[in-house]
Write a protein that binds this ligand. Sequence first.
Ligand code: PA5
Length: 445
Amino acid sequence: MVKVDVKGCCGFVDGAKFDAYVGKALDAFDVLVAGNGAGNDFLGWKHLPSETPESLIADCEAIRDDWKAKGVDLVIAIGIGGSYLGAKCAIEALSHNFAKQLAKKDAAEVVFAGNNLSEEYLAELMDLAAERNVACIVISKSGTTTEPAVAFRIVKQYLEDTYGKKEAAERIVAITDAKKGALKTLSTQEGYKTFIVPDNVGGRFSVLTPVGILPIVVAGFDVRAILAGALEAEKALAVKSAENPAVVYAAMRNLLYKEYGKKVEILVNYNPKFTYLAEWWKQLYGESEGKDGVGIFPASVNNTADLHSMGQFIQEGDRVMFETVVHVEKATRSVVIGSDPQNLDQLNYLAGKPVEHCNHMAELGTVIAHQDGGVPQLQVCVEQVDAFNLGSLFYFFEFACGVSAYTLGVNPFNQPGVEAYKKNMFALLEKPGYEEATKAIKARL
Ligand code: PA5
C-alpha cells in the first residue's frame, strides 16, 4: 500500500498547526466519503476498483483478441486530458524502456493522437499507419472536444480508404457518453463497438473506467493487477484516521500552501517509467484545485536528469515550492556495477553495488540538500514499479485529491476555466454560432 512520510517537512512547520490541518483534512474526508460536498454527482470513481465487473475486462480482451486475429499491430488511441493521460501513464510505466526498439512484440503498439493540434504530428502518424496494420480507439466523453475530433476525422478517413467502410467499422471502438454526444451518435450510425464513460466520473478520474482499461488491455498489460492495487488502496483509504495517507498528504500540502506560502508542488520521480505519472498527476491536481483564485501549482521533475537542469533553481531559487518525492523501494531488474583495473572514472568504490543503490543515495542526498535549501519534502512510497503499485498510486492520488481540494475549499470535480481558450479558438476558427465572438476577438488583434 502507498505510504506517505512527512518527516521532511518537520523542520518547516509548526506541529500544532499540522494537527489543526489534519483536523481540517479529516472534515474534508467526511465530506468526500458522505458524498455531500460540491460536485458530488461526480463521485463514481470512488468505488470503481470494487465495482468493476469482470465482464468489462473480458469485453476489452475480446477486442484485443479480435484485432490480434486481424494482424493489427498499431492501435491509435485518440483522446486528450483525462481521456488520454491515464492510459499513457500506465503504458509508459509498464512498458519496457526500449519496447519500440526491441524486435519481439507480444501485443499491438498503442500510440496516442488527438492530444495536440500539430500538423506534423498527424502527418507523421499517417506515415507510421501506412507501414502498419491499424485499429483505433477514440475516447471523448463529450464527443465534441476539438483536438480528438480533428484527429479522429483523419484516422477514420484513413481506415475507411485503406480497409473499406465495413472493415474500418470493425477496427474502431468508441469510448464515450452512454446516451448523448456526437461520438455516440456517430458510433450508432456506423455500428462501432462502444464503451461507456460513466456520467458520474469526470475525465481526470477516469483511468479505471474503459477510458484507461481498454488501451491498457490492448497494449498487453495486466489491468486486473492495476485494479487489485487500486482496490487495496480503496479499502485502506476508506478508514478514517489521522494516519490515513490521503489525510496526511492533504493536510501537509494545504498547511504548506496556506500558512507558509508554498505555492508550487513539484512531484519528483527517480524512474523514467514514472514521467507520465507526473503528467497524469498534474492534470488531476491542476484541474481539481486551480480555481477561484487559489490552488497549488503542480509541477514535476524527472531525476536524476533534472538535477542537472532544474536542480539549481530548486536548491537556491525563489523559496515558493515544496517537493513530493515518489519513492520506489526496490528495482524489478538487477544491474551491478563492475570493477575496472584502471579505475580512470574512479568508480571502483561502487564495484559490486547495484545501480539502484546509487539511485537511492542520489535521492536521499537530494532530499537532504533540498531540505537544507529550504524546500520541505514529502514522500509517497511504493514497493516497486509494477501494475499493482501503479493501481494503488492511481487510487491514492485520486482520493487524496478529493480530500485536499475540499480542505482547500474548492469543488474538486469541475473545470470551468478550461472553456476560456475553447471560446477564443472557436471564434478565431469562425465556428458557426460564434459570429459576435469572432468580431470581438478580431478587433483585439
Ligand atoms: O478533466 C477533464 O474533464 C478534461 O480534461 C477532459 O478530460 C478533456 O477535456 C477531454 O474531454 P472529452 O473526453 O470530453 O473529450
